[in-house]
Write a protein that binds this ligand. Structure first.
Ligand code: 26Q
Length: 820
């Protein structure tokens, strides 16, 4: 029997049907007639997984033999989204599986719908990591994603009485068919205690005596490339008490103590922090970071010793990308492992370390830069504190020499901030320990060099790079928008655009083709009908697919300015109330996004959106032209319904604050037009699609800076702008809060008297541009032309391009194709 005939590997319809029934029987103990939708999902998932394992093993063999450098992407978050549909697409068996399902009498869509997505991330940064895994596998780059197997991912969001309510995400409840536990792959990780020196062969060495040892256990998930045989590895660590704990308990009789220690160990990987910026003093978060950094490095060292028998040349076999500072402790941990555990001297160890790491920064917001107090850090990781001090001492000696004792600069660059109760600056540790540092969009990378890491750029200009973010067209076009995918394949003659998005340029001539416009319109309308159906079933609201779908979905943050969008809506509402026959383009406003549970202003913004929705949607004078919807529980799965249906994408952050944005890319590559500021990747999207196909508005980052320097007085803007004042007054009057004048006071007063993200400064420019959007919408031919050109010109924002940039400019790695 040839391999292609095998029940676990074959891709024909008959083989898939056979395999499905076989898995249903042998893995789930069920048969067709009694299988629940979840049983069906599990059997389908195992059927797909079998086919992935075959590729995975062969890929591992190929990589091993090639001796190529492996990219290790260290990230505290991987926001993967549902696996099943994505893997069917990447295996190239979506259609044949659909047919197989139909012949077995299965409801294919219902099976896909069963999957609970692994929400192991907050937002952009975690989703970026997932897109990069997809592109790494597709580009056949030997790579491992390393992270944490949180037992509870990002909370599920419910909306009750307009407020966000958080529900814990029990994603592992019904089992996870995509992962393989590796019980024998485990590493110890120490916490607390103290260090001692001892003599060893005439040299002074350090021993760390911890008061807690936790064991990290590996769980592996295969990550398949698109249209290739390569399957890479995502290895997530789960924290456990070492088995020896139980014996200790028997010996000492301290049963309670042993159980307590077990609970403490297992707490480490229990839950994802639902904030997308650090909160002061969260000890467990530092434990999580060290835990997964240490396990991952120990794993790499194991692989290196297994293959080469020596740690010399480690940096030639591994390159470690730090996804923000969350894994930055790895710099000190690799030093510890090399020096303390593998008896290396400082200089060669530092040489390896510095040539191993590269660091991606994702934020300029000062409050989002991670620091840890020396007190907490030293208590939890005493040996690592010593190493950080030594890295710093040697580094500052270099700075002193280079800048001849410029004391202010030395204080600014130190790994220790002595000004605020002694804190370790994780971005500085990551920068000093890396051979390359990059931002995530052109503008952001320039700002990194001129602001937060300016002193480091002065010292090492050659280490600074830009790699503009991208998103995977597999998830965000093929899986989420199959109609568009089909149309693109038709236009291009084949599906080559999926791996080479620049080929979509061949659509440009069709931008003025009447027949093609008809196809485009049909596709868009169908997607909008789907979304309308979904919103009716899932959210219980009715929206009209004929209206302009104006969408803002992303984490709720003041800097992202969802409240600017709300002010526009209220102004439209007031205009219509004042002049009921006024001719405005009918719009449906869709919002979605989670607020960090402790971020009160963000939660109040959600309440405001829902309150405005309640009033407007019930007002018969306007509700044929204005509708407002808040889509609860915005996650990857739900998001997939939105991108295809959006006409207008809201990317309205305060200029200089959004590092890149990636939702902006997902919308534009699905044919939505963008209304946006000159911020993050918006700048580059506009450059690519053309100024005339992008609704730009707002002050530039420099202009806003100047305004602030001159003394920004938001309330004065209100005095001049009647409609702005009136919108704020309407909120304050209690119109949206059943007469309660207190509810939104904190929000209104914050805007009037602080307005840290300069909402009011951009209000008028935003409204004017929105008026132009409405005019443009009235000319469908022109609108469709712009929409088509957006899709045709978004090739740059495929994560394949981003990963190629990393490979060529930073990692210096090449494809290693695996053969079946
Ligand atoms: C840090 C310490 C303690 C607890 C939580 C955190 C934490 C967790 C998540 C800090 C930040 C995040 C996430 C940040 C994030 O998503 N940033 C976004 O990254 C995207 C990918 O580069 C960019 O497109 C966005 O502009 C950026 O906001």
């Amino acid at each position: 029997v040839g391999e292609s005939d095998h029940i676990r590997t074959g891709l024909s319809k008959e083989q898939l049907k056979q395999a499905y029934i076989d898995n249903l029987f042998y893995l789930l103990g069920r048969f067709l007639e009694v299988a629940t939708p979840h049983d069906s999902y599990m059997a389908a998932a195992y059927t797909v997984r079998d086919r992935m394992l075959d590729r995975w093993i062969k890929t591992a063999r190929t990589y091993k033999a090639s001796q190529a450098r492996t990219v290790c992407y260290l990230s505290a978050e991987f926001l993967l989204g549902p696996h099943l549909a994505k893997n069917l697409i990447n295996l190239g068996i979506m259609e044949v599986s659909r047919e197989a399902g139909a012949e077995l009498g299965l409801d294919f869509e219902a099976i896909l719908e069963q999957e609970e997505e692994p929400g192991l991330g907050n937002g952009g940064l975690g989703r970026l990591a997932a897109c990069y895994l997809d592109s790494l596998a597709t580009l056949q780059i030997p790579a491992i994603g390393y992270g944490i197997r949180y037992e509870f991912g990002i909370f599920d969001q419910l909306i009750e009485d307009g407020w966000q309510v958080e529900k814990s995400d029990v994603w592992l409840r019904d089992g996870n068919p995509w992962e393989l536990p590796r019980p024998k792959l485990r590493f110890p990780v120490r916490f607390g205690g103290h260090t001692e020196t001892f003599q060893d062969d005439g040299r002074v060495r350090v021993r760390w005596i911890p008061d807690l040892v936790v064991e990290g256990r590996a769980y592996d998930t295969p990550i398949l490339g698109y249209g290739v045989s390569n399957a890479n590895l995502l290895r997530l660590w789960s924290a456990h008490a070492p088995e020896s704990f139980d014996f200790q308990a028997f010996n000492t009789g301290d049963y309670y103590g042993a159980v307590h220690a077990k609970v403490e160990a297992e707490t480490i990987s229990k839950v994802l922090y639902p904030n997308d910026e650090p909160q002061a003093g969260k000890e467990l978060r530092l434990k999580q970071q060290y835990f997964f950094a240490s396990c991952s490095l120990q794993d790499m060292i194991r692989l290196q010793l297994g293959a080469a028998g020596t740690l010399e040349g480690f940096h030639e076999k591994f390159v470690v990308q730090l996804n923000d500072t969350h894994p930055a402790i790895a710099v000190a941990e690799l030093m510890r492992l090399l020096i303390d555990e593998h008896r290396m001297d400082w200089e060669p160890a530092w040489e390896i370390t510095r040539r191993t790491f590269a660091f991606t920064n994702h934020t300029l917001l000062p409050e989002a830069l991670e620091t840890w107090t020396v007190a907490l850090f030293g208590r939890l990781l005493p040996r690592l504190l010593e190493i950080v001090y030594e890295i710093n001492r040697r580094f500052l000696d270099k700075v002193r020499m280079h800048f001849l004792g410029d004391e202010a600069r030395i204080a600014r660059m130190s790994l220790i901030d002595e000004g605020h109760g002694r804190r370790i600056r994780m971005a500085h540790l990551a920068t000093v320990g890396s051979f390359a540092i990059n931002g995530v969009a052109e503008m952001h990378s320039e700002l990194v060099k001129s602001t937060i890491l300016k002193d480091f750029h002065d010292l090492w200009p050659e280490r600074f790079h830009n790699v503009t973010n991208g998103v995977t067209p597999r998830r965000f076009i093929i899986v989420s928008n199959p109609r568009l995918a089909r149309l693109l394949t038709e236009c291009c003659g084949d599906d080559g655009w999926v791996r080479d998005m620049d080929r979509l340029r061949s659509l440009e001539p069709l931008a003025d083709d009447v027949g093609f416009h008809e196809d485009w319109r049909r596709m868009k309308t169908a997607a909008k009908r789907d979304l309308a159906d979904w919103l009716r079933r899932r959210v219980g609201v009715n929206v009209d697919p004929e209206t302009l779908f104006d969408v803002q979905v992303k984490r709720i943050h003041e800097y992202k300015r969802q409240h600017l969008n709300v002010l526009h809506i209220i102004t439209l509402y007031e205009r219509l109330k004042a002049e009921p026959n006024r001719d405005v383009a009918p719009r449906t406003f869709v919002f979605g996004g989670k607020a960090a549970p402790g971020y009160l202003m963000a939660k109040l913004i959600i309440k405001l959106i829902n309150s405005v929705a309640e009033v407007i949607n019930q007002d018969p004078q306007v509700n044929d032209r204005l509708r407002v919807v808040f889509m609860p529980d915005f996650n990857v799965k739900n998001a997939q319904h939105l991108y295809p249906a959006a006409d207008l994408s809201e990317q309205i952050s305060m200029a200089g604050k959004e590092a890149s944005g990636t939702g902006n890319m997902k919308f534009a590559m699905n044919g939505a037009l963008t209304i946006g500021t000159l911020d993050g990747a918006n700048v580059e999207i506009r450059e690519e699609v053309g100024d005339e196909n992008f609704f730009l508005f707002g002050h530039t980052a420099e202009q806003l800076q100047r305004l602030q320097a001159e003394g920004y007085r938001p309330w004065e803007i209100c005095n001049d702008r009647f409609e702005l004042r009136s919108a704020l007054d309407l909120i304050a009057s209690g119109l949206f809060s059943h007469g309660d004048k207190e509810l939104f006071r904190p929000l209104v007063e914050n805007l009037l008297y602080q307005d840290p993200f300069m909402v009011l400064a951009d209000y008028e420019l935003y409204l004017d541009r929105q008026t132009e959007v409405s005019h443009a919408w009235r000319d469908p031919k022109h609108w469709n032309r712009m929409s088509i050109l957006n899709v045709a010109r978004m090739g740059k924002f495929s994560s394949d391009r981003s990963i190629r940039d990393y490979c060529e400019r930073i990692w210096r790695v090449r494809p290693v194709p695996a053969e079946l």
